[in-house]
Ligand binder design. Structure first.
Ligand code: T4K
Length: 359
């Protein structure tokens, strides 16, 4: 059985070395030494000034929204994982969905201004599948209308934009380090900002609002992560170069195998040094996508409909029709992609896809 992804496992020996440290210290969580070491290594690897390691990418979004004190309308994308929208609603704001760009699958920045109302507080855009949004345009609009910008960069470990980590853009960017991600720590996430003040504030927010052992500064949540997760993160990070490099080769291999078919692929935003996190294919319509999915399943291959259904159809949001996103959600499939996926497996998958669209 070939699933859409398979978490990367580091050598058990490397992981055990970190576990031995944990056993000898008897320190398991609450900003322990491995969490600090992991934060530093992530900053070094990604070349970032400020980063906080959190429990997951969802709490990272919630903390970002809370830190920027957003209450009102947040303009956002309908084409993302559910956490992008649920975190807005969870934090007491309303998502205002606008359509996506048919080429990049990211929020269509030309549609932002017409959605701005006196209640608009921010733009929350996903760099979908690791591909950059139209950052310049989003930030120019945000500056003109005095709006905050959060990027859901859950898929973006290793993506660079204009020569620096994509996580450096926006007021805050969030990352996921979930087991299914390119680089992971089982569960995990990060918030990244260029502001030392915001970092300090988010550090309090992730720790119940503690400003001292017996002192609190505002409301907080438990967004911390543990020494065991940091240990896995540190062990996986040792293979980051190899993982990123192999992923690129695997995507290029799929490209080669699918060359000549009529299947559409997202266009990578200019100036984006993409991380090849996912391999999405956009078919002509839903019938075609489901036919391919079905044929793959007959061969024990399980592609996924990321992202279906559109977030504008969730039962706790105001429904709007968004033709590009609605059509894309129905006609997209992500092919299996993970470190140990072999050339033979990729060839089989590509040939089933190619034959399905030819018939
Ligand atoms: N924003 C965006 C844009 C996101 O994509 C996500 C998460 C978030 C925010 C929130 O970040 P986190 O709070 O998760 O850190 C998966 C992941 O659970 C989720 O993290 C991810 N996005 C989303 C795109 O994909 P599912 O529902 O597809 O997961 P699941 O359990 O079906 O797993 C996918 C495949 O991986 C399955 O075929 C089985 C395989 N698998 C999975 C796990 C967990 C394994 O082989 N081993 C495993 O341990 O959501």
């Amino acid at each position: 059985m070939i699933l859409v992804t398979k978490p990367f496992l580091p050598s058990a020996e490397v992981y055990k070395k970190y576990l031995d440290e944990i056993w000898s210290r008897n320190w398991l969580t609450n900003n322990g030494p491995l969490v600090k070491e992991y934060e530093q290594e992530l900053k070094d690897y990604l070349d970032l000034g400020h980063l906080l390691y959190l429990a997951n990418g969802t709490v990272a979004l919630q903390i970002a929204i809370k830190a920027l004190e957003l209450r009102g309308e947040i303009i956002t994308t309908p084409f993302s994982y559910v956490a992008t929208t649920s975190s807005i609603v969870w934090e007491g704001s309303s998502p205002v969905f606008i359509d996506i760009d048919p080429e990049t699958l990211n929020i269509d920045s030309t549609k932002i201004e017409e959605a701005i109302t006196p209640a608009t507080r921010a733009i929350l855009a996903t760099h979908c599948f690791g591909n950059a949004c139209n950052i310049e345009h989003i930030e120019e609009i945000a500056a003109r209308h005095d709006l905050k910008v959060i990027y859901d960069a859950a898929h973006c470990f290793g993506t660079r934009y204009k020569g620096k980590s994509i996580l450096e853009y926006g007021d805050i960017s969030t990352l996921s380090l979930h087991a299914t991600k390119l680089i992971h720590s089982v569960e995990g996430g990060c918030v990244v900002t260029n502001s030392a003040d915001l970092t300090e504030k988010m550090s309090r927010l992730r720790n119940f609002g503690h400003s001292g052992s017996y002192a609190f500064d505002g409301i907080g949540i438990n967004g911390k992560n543990s020494e065991l997760h940091a240990a896995m993160g540190l062990a996986v990070l040792q293979s980051a170069d190899e993982i990123l490099q192999r992923r690129k080769q695997q995507c290029e291999f799929y490209d080669g195998q699918l060359q000549g078919t009529v299947i559409k692929r997202p266009v990578i935003q200019e100036h984006c040094d993409f991380n090849y996190a996912y391999y999405p294919l956009i078919f002509e319509n839903e019938v075609e996508a489901l036919k391919v999915k079905d044929n793959l399943e007959k061969n024990n291959v399980f592609a996924r409909r990321y992202f279906y259904p559109g977030l504008n159809t969730l039962d706790y949001v105001k429904h709007v029709e968004l033709p590009v996103s609605d059509a894309c959600s129905r006609s997209i499939l992500c092919l299996p992609l993970y470190h140990h996926l072999t050339r033979e497996e990729q060839s089989l998958i590509a040939s089933v896809v190619a034959k399905s669209v030819a018939n």
